[in-house]
Structures are given as C-alpha cells and as structure tokens.
Design a protein around this ligand. Structure first.
Ligand code: F6P
Length: 561
C-alpha cells in the first residue's frame, strides 16, 4: 500500500493545525456558548459576516472564536489549499484515479479570458444557445418549421448529474423562464416516473433530451427507449427533430438514431455538469441571456474562490467550518433549509455534489482514513421543513447544524398575471415574503436561544394536559438552544445569483476534500451495485437463484410472484 506519498500535500490530520484544533475543541469548542459569545463581543455578527459575489454569509452563530478561526485558516495553508486550488484551475490532474482534470470552471469562463479549452467550450455553448433560441422562437411564433406545431414540452431524460442540476435550476428560476415552454424531468428507471408524464404529452409538441455523459447509464437508456417507443406508437415521426442528446459519447447517441448532439468532455464531472451541454433544459427555459448570466455568476464566484485571501474567501471558510463541525464538533449531518420554494430541489442537488464527491474512506494515497468525511446532507424548503423535522433539530438528541438560505427580494412571477389580478395579489404576496423571512430568521434564533424550563414554566399553555404537573410540561417544552446555524443571504434569486451560489458549493466541497486529502472527483462507490444489478436482472426473468445469498434468493423468489 502506498502511504505518505511525498508528492502529495500533507493530509489535514497530519498538520500542526489539526492538533491545535483538537485541543481547541477540548478547551473552547465543547463548552462554547453562543449567547455568551454575542454578549462578550458586540461586533461578533460583523466579525463573522463574509461577502462574496452575490452572497452574504453570517457565520457568527457557529461554535467558533478567533483562535479556532485562525487555526482553521492555518489548516487551509498547511494542506496547501491555495496551491491545490490554483492547480485545479490550471488544469492539472485533480482526479488522479481517473487521470483527469476537473475543469468545470472552464465552462463558465468568458470568451477571451484565455482559459483552458476556451475554443471547444465556446463552440458548443454558442451552438447550444442558438438551438435553444430557435426552440424558444418557435414557441413565441406559435408555429414550428413547415407549419408544424411548435415544441411546447421538453422532457429531460437523465439521472444523477445529468438530471439534478437542471431539475433544480429550472424551477428556481421559473420567474425568468419562457412562459410557453414546460420543462419536465424523468430519471428513475421505474416506469412510474416517465409514463404518467407521457400520458399528458403529444409527440408533435414534445422534445426529448437524452442527457447522459456516458450514454450507457441503465436508467437513462431504458427511459430513452421507452420515450422513443411511445413517440412512434403515438404516431410521431421525425426522430431527428424530437430527440436530441447531451453527452460525451456522440457515437452512441448516433447509434440510437440521434443526429442533434451537444457534446462535452471527460474533464466535466457528472455532478459538476449543469454548466455544460447538460444545461440544455436551463438554456431552453432561460434563453441565451439567462444562461450566460448563470455562467457569469458562477465565474464571478470562481474568481473569488481562487483570488480572495483565505480569511475572506467564502467557499474556503464554509469548507473549513464543515471540517470543524464534522471532525471536531462531531456532527454527522448538516441540514439545508432554503427559504425559497424555488430552491426545493437544492438539497437533492447538494446531496449528490457533496456526498458523491466527499463520501470517501481512503485518501489520495489509498490509505484508509482515521477520521470522518462527508456528513449526511439533507433538507427541505422552508417553511415546510418546520412542520416536519424541525422538532428534531430543536429538541432532538443530536446537534445538527442548519444552513438557512434567505432571499431578500421575491420573484413570484406576479407580473405575469393580468394587471388587475397582480394588483390584488401584490400586497398579500409582499406580506407572505415578510412571513417567509421572519420564519427563517426566527428558526435560526430559536436554535441559538433555546428556552429554559423556567421560562417554559412561566408561559400559559392552553394545549397542555390539565392533569399533568406544570413542572413536567415545562421539561417537555424546554429547548436546549446553543445549536449552530449559518445564514446565507442573496439579494434576489436570478440567474447570476444562483450561478454564484452553486459555484460556491462546488468550491466549498473542494475545500473540505483538500483538508481530508481525498479525491472528490471520482465515484467508485456507485459501481458495485450497478454490476450486481446487471447480474440479477436475468435472474428476475429466469427465477434462477443458484449461488445467491439466502436473503437475496428468498426476496427474488417472492418478488417474481
Ligand atoms: O451515480 C453515478 C453517476 O455516474 C453519476 O456520477 C452521474 O452523474 C450519473 O451516474 C449519470 O451518469 P451519466 O451522465 O453518464 O448517465
């Protein structure tokens, strides 16, 4: 086994800063009192607020102080984060197990910036955007070529990174989307995903995008075949017009019968690919200007990530905080609470980004890690989550740090209503926006402030059982408080701001991966299940259970009916 490879920077746990942080957790982190920290330092909120392109982050409600903050920055220096990030941007091999760079930043670098692969990137981008504009123009005109119906429905068939990005961005930016185009997403191999959608569509108005980096993924290929069979059975013709592919495997797409293909490259990881041709659904929804604004926001964050000094570098600070929470404070999960309904799929996108990237158990040298890596990332749009799992966040036995996302200006699309209706709804919607923000702020406050049993005892509680002692009820109504949270704030959710937010998450994942000394750009952990599935598939037909373990054999037998 290869260990301590001298060409690699030191792994986080082998640095002096790591030992210092372990000591600081003992002396300061473990008994950290948020309210006392605010009382002792009136500047605390300002001290721990960081501005980055399009984003303002208040990190003051975390269990850290200047000593911890300083050692986390030292940790970043000692694992050579700035040099590692610069190497990634320069196109060096960031994904050594697959021998590839990880250059999704090149997809959003403007023309003329002189970045790697500029000609290829902008060649595909221009073609993709021209195509998207063509489809949008048909919808505007209400007629397609030769008097045929225009495309009205776009169905993206992809899974994982070929689905989650566009599926999250399109609803997030609905207020900026073409009103005459409906975007749909189906990823699951389960026919219950695509079939109900097909039942509502007409072949002549439908465009299928077969989105797959490899063009071999079982689920996507199965859905592509289902869509093609439906299209032909329903009297559709002109597959060339109604099916396009976004893939690195142009040859396989051609074999499927697809002639319009938008390519990308093996240096774009699946979960980092929404900026590439995989973003076609986004380009169709937003148009050229919107898609370019999304890229520009991400590019602004790229520059921040690589240029801002560590102390004011948001993806660096958030990644370091993730390490602090995971490895020193012992938090196994992190909750994401976006207070914007459009961001309802952000937790799902982030789950793949973070857990497929950093859910690793060995370091770059293949050595088993003696510390924890990716937390479980989970969440739900606020305020819905408050009525589901916030009970556990407030009074459960685990400390789960919560990341709130608050958006100052609403974009509900009220301007698309009839003027009289818009005027009637506007004040109500403005009040709902205030309710939304008040709820988000209040939850962060409640997590920090908590409530003592004494405070609870002083309250009138009409719903408390009258035969129970008030002291007992008060113990149930106590909140421990002192629970950490982060506030991420955006002025508005438009393409530029969303691009910046998403790119921030990408660079943040790289930060913690660099501290942990792992490769965030491979995903070997998805392989085993895929190959065992391929072996089981014929057995579900034949019923042959020879050589299977008892549990799988019995279940297979029962499931065959
Ligand atoms: O889940 C594994 C994975 O390889 C992801 O990394 C990827 O985003 C997804 O499958 C889809 O792959 P493809 O785009 O090749 O169909």
């Amino acid at each position: 086994m290869q260990t301590n490879d001298s060409s690699l920077p030191p792994r986080g746990d082998r640095t002096p800063a790591w030992s210092e942080l372990a000591a600081l957790q003992h002396t300061r982190g473990a008994g950290f009192e948020l309210q006392a920290a605010f009382a002792a330092d009136p500047q605390r909120a300002a001290r721990y607020t960081v501005e980055a392109p399009g984003l303002r982050a208040d990190l003051s409600k975390q269990h850290w102080d200047e000593a911890i903050h300083a050692q986390l920055l030292a940790l970043a220096e000692q694992v050579q984060l700035p040099a590692r990030r610069a190497a990634q941007f320069a196109g060096q091999i960031a994904n050594p197990t697959e021998g590839r760079p990880a250059l999704h930043m090149a997809l959003r670098a403007p023309r003329g910036a002189g970045g790697p692969f500029e000609a290829e990137v902008h060649g595909v981008l221009d073609r993709l955007l021209a195509y998207a504009e063509g489809v949008r123009a048909e919808a505007d005109a209400g007629v397609g070529p030769g008097g045929r119906p225009p495309i009205r429905h776009i169905v993206n068939l992809g899974i994982g990174g070929s689905d989650l990005g566009p599926q999250m961005v399109v609803p997030a930016l609905r207020a900026h989307s073409h009103p005459g185009l409906s975007l749909h997403f189906a990823g699951n191999v389960d026919g219950h995903d695509l079939l109900p959608l097909l039942a509502r569509l007409k072949p002549e108005e439908t465009l299928f995008i077969i989105a797959s980096k490899t063009f071999t993924t079982q689920e996507t290929m199965a859905n592509a075949r289902l869509a093609r069979a439906w299209f032909l059975a329903e009297g559709g013709h002109d597959i060339a017009r109604h099916f396009v592919a976004t893939t690195t495997n142009v040859k396989a797409a051609a074999e499927f019968g697809i002639t319009t293909t938008f390519g990308f490259w093996d240096w774009v990881g699946g979960r980092y690919s929404l900026w590439s041709a995989i973003g076609l659904p986004i380009a169709l929804a937003l148009g050229e200007a919107g898609f370019r604004a999304l890229l520009a926001g991400a590019h602004a964050m790229d520059r921040h990530a690589v240029e801002a000094p560590l102390a004011g570098n948001l993806p660096t600070l958030l990644g370091l905080l993730d390490v602090w929470l995971r490895n020193f404070q012992g938090c196994p999960s992190r909750n994401l609470a976006p207070y914007h309904q459009g961001l309802a799929r952000l937790p799902a996108w982030l789950q793949q980004l973070e857990m497929e990237s950093n859910g690793k158990g060995v370091d770059l040298a293949g050595e088993p890690l003696p510390f924890a890596t990716s937390p479980v990332v989970w969440g739900e749009a606020g305020t819905n989550g408050q009525h589901a799992f916030f009970q556990m966040l407030h009074q459960g036995t685990d400390t789960v740090p919560v990341e709130f996302i608050l958006v100052r200006e609403p974009a509900t699309g009220v301007e698309r209503l009839k003027p009289a209706t818009a005027a009637a709804l506007a004040p109500l919607l403005a009040e709902q926006q205030r309710m939304l923000l008040a709820n988000g702020l209040a939850q962060a406050q409640a997590l920090m402030l908590g409530k003592t049993a004494e405070q609870a005892l002083g309250e009138t509680v009409p719903t408390a059982a009258p035969d129970q002692a008030p002291e007992l009820i008060a113990r149930h109504r106590r909140f421990p408080g002192n629970r950490p949270s982060t506030l991420l704030m955006l002025a508005r959710l438009d393409p530029w701001h969303l691009g910046a937010l998403l790119a921030m998450y990408e660079h943040r994942v790289f930060t913690s991966a660099t501290v942990w000394g792992i490769n965030p750009f491979d995903q070997w952990g998805v392989e085993l299940g895929k190959s065992l599935c391929n072996a089981l598939l014929p057995r579900l037909g034949s019923g042959d259970t020879t050589g299977l373990d008892g549990s799988t054999a019995a279940a297979l037998d029962w499931l065959r009916g």
